[in-house]
Design a protein around this ligand. Sequence first.
Ligand SMILES: Cc1cc2nc3c(=O)[nH]c(=O)nc-3n(C[C@H](O)[C@H](O)[C@H](O)COP(=O)(O)O)c2cc1C
Length: 351
Amino acid sequence: MDEVSLPAEAEALTGEQIAALLVGAAVWAPSLHNTQPWLFGTDGRELSLYADRGRQLMAADPVGRQMLISCGAALFTARLALRSAGRIPQTQILPDPADPLLVARLSWPRRAAPSDYELRLFDQVLRRRTHRGGFDPLPLAPELLEVLRAGAKRDGAQLRVITDEAAAATLAATVQTAEQALRLDRRRVQEMAAWVSPPGSPRRDGLPATAYPARPVHTFPDFPGRDFARGRGWGLPPASTDAAARAAGVVCLLTTAADRPADWVNAGQALQRILLTSTACGVAAALHSQPLELSWLRESIRIQLGGGSYPQLLLRLGTVIQTAASVRRPPASVLFQHRSVTGLSVDRLAD
Ligand SMILES: Cc1cc2nc3c(=O)[nH]c(=O)nc-3n(C[C@H](O)[C@H](O)[C@H](O)COP(=O)(O)O)c2cc1C
């Protein structure tokens, strides 16, 4: 990238304004149950991203794998926001072995104008939404799938597109088995319920009633969604009266070669690149982590369908008219001056 001069408004940004821009975008990353498990610190020269252990789901995610995937998605978004402001991100992932909650340090020592691709991706940050349901029965362009695969690789992950029908049916069966098991696990049910708010709630995290269907949606093969509504009548009414199962879409597994915290962060970065690229092409994604929360099912997927690599998330991609809406906490509530966030992380580590 050549160093060039930027439009006056981007040139003139102070370090604090850049940090605010990055966090304003990063909070729109996807996260497990919209827990938004992140905090940011800045000294005006760099941005530190911390995992917020107070928002980790101890029943669903006891080792914090999904928490770090969520933080990785926020990190990718912050890096993209930096590019949109004409700065070149310099990123250190998990830079301090003594502070495992410090997910990344991001600085912007040099400048270069953003490419059209980067600007187009950045435009999707607020538009992207998780889809929960079926898709139109249309194939996706093979070129898009190739771009998604190549993008995941750049972030240190693999996107495995499951083209074999029997393999897709096997994956669907793992989601069905997991969903049944999770619904019988009182601790997990209570934990998830704490992140689902009633219609009209002013809450800015968790699942609002505008984010999921009121009644189970069936796909073929059947990939059941999480039961956020729990028969309370909360959630979106069906988009049509036709109860026939819709297409499951293109089934994909996001995997990494190893299974360390840095791989989880990379998987999150790859996830957000995949989701934003898909959104830019009019393609929506449904996410399923249910079978990956049960170690025996995760291991079976790893061996049978992951080619031995570690499954981090299951995705279904397709075209559909989306109606879901989500919420986020205000960026100012998660961005701190450097010193105070370091104190926070020490407090939480001492818990
Ligand atoms: C690691 C991870 C796991 C997720 N698992 C699921 C899932 O199993 N089911 C689901 O409906 N959404 C899942 N999601 C999507 C989140 O619920 C979603 O990102 C969050 O509610 C915010 O909504 P948005 O993506 O529309 O902005 C997951 C997201 C992440 C990052």
